[in-house]
Design a protein around this ligand. Structure first.
Ligand code: UVW
Length: 327
């Protein structure tokens, strides 16, 4: 059993609810510790139809700069040209890709955002050490690769479909609308899902549908304003997330929580700080949940085996998730 929010032990210098030290002072996995072999074996029992769905969008989906990030680039290298006149000349290719790991579907890793009042990352890692002590790699995404990726029971809360099916007006994805825990509980009830310890929570807001349908100008203006739907950033959400003991959370929006994110606004809560900074919980963003939504609806099943093999980059900050949902 794991402590609920109120029972978490006091962490010196941090607000109540921080989980530093809960899995040991040197722990670098945070809530991925919930993904025990028993949790993984139980997740496998969710596979019924044998259907697998890739949840990464194509890496070149976002041609506009998201949060100023460099977009994806792909170069094909022609062997025939490159090796011309040499004994190795063959018909064939290599290719090279360059991209910011957060320019599309992604996991935010534990080096991404610190707890802002003290500038420390999960379990107390100092900001400067990430740049100054490159060889330590603390909290890098290679830790996820070393533990065998991220595998568990995914649960889709299809917020967007729930609104449609219960005749609630659609919410524009380019609004600052904050999805509350009361609404998420209603979605879970509507779908008939119950949560288990170590679940990977996935919220579909309809963001990618909006992005596909919106014109270039509309998209650019929304990105300029940085107003997007997402989970409500409040202490009620923080308690709800912790008390469900999710191993990781993900969604189809840019930031999982609603934007703009009030970093550095005193007394305002941000989910990035709680999830990444206080609990070591990976945050999945910009996942493609459209086909998953249809298949879940058709099968009347919103839980599935989820497998993710993030990039094996020593000290990496974030990664495309390379994620599959298998029902
Ligand atoms: C920031 O919060 C800066 O980025 P992201 O939404 O990708 O986590």
């Amino acid at each position: 059993t794991y402590p609920d929010f109120d029972s978490l032990p006091k962490v010196e210098g941090q607000p109540h609810g921080s989980a530093w030290g809960l899995w040991g002072d040197d722990d670098e996995l945070g809530t991925l510790n919930y993904l025990t072999p028993d949790v993984v074996k139980s997740a496998v029992t969710e596979v019924n139809a044998g259907v697998s769905i890739q949840l990464d969008l194509p890496l070149d989906t976002f041609t506009e700069r998201l949060v100023g990030r460099e977009p994806f680039e792909h170069h094909i290298i022609d062997f025939k040209e490159r090796l011309k006149g040499t004994p190795d000349e063959v018909f064939g290719h290599d290719d090279m890709v360059t991209f910011n790991t957060q320019s599309g579907s992604q996991w935010d890793g534990l080096r991404h955002i610190a707890v802002q009042h003290c500038g420390k990352y999960y379990n107390g890692l100092e900001h400067r050490t990430v740049d100054e002590e490159k060889e330590n790699g603390h909290l890098g995404i290679h830790r996820w690769a070393e533990r065998g990726g991220i595998v568990g029971r995914g649960v889709l809360l299809d917020y967007c479909s729930w609104r449609e099916q219960t005749a609630k007006p659609a919410i524009p994805a380019d609004s600052t609308y904050s999805i509350s825990t009361d609404e998420l509980e209603e979605v879970a009830k509507h779908q008939g899902v119950r949560f288990h310890i170590g679940d990977i929570l996935i919220i579909r807001s309809g963001f990618t549908t909006w992005h596909t349908q919106a014109g270039k100008k509309e998209r650019e203006e929304a990105l300029q304003r940085c107003t997007f739907i997402g989970m409500e950033a409040s202490m009620q959400s923080v308690r709800w997330l912790w008390d469900h003991h999710f191993a990781a959370v993900a969604g189809d929006t840019i930031a999982f929580e609603s934007q703009p994110i009030p970093f550095n606004v005193e007394s305002r809560v941000t989910l990035h700080e709680w999830l990444l900074g206080h609990w070591g919980t990976p945050i999945g963003e910009l996942w493609d949940l459209e086909r998953l939504s249809n298949v879940c609806q058709e099968k009347r099943q919103w839980s599935f085996l989820l497998t993710s093999a993030p990039l094996h980059v020593f000290g990496g900050v974030a990664s495309p998730p390379n994620v599959l949902a298998i029902l």
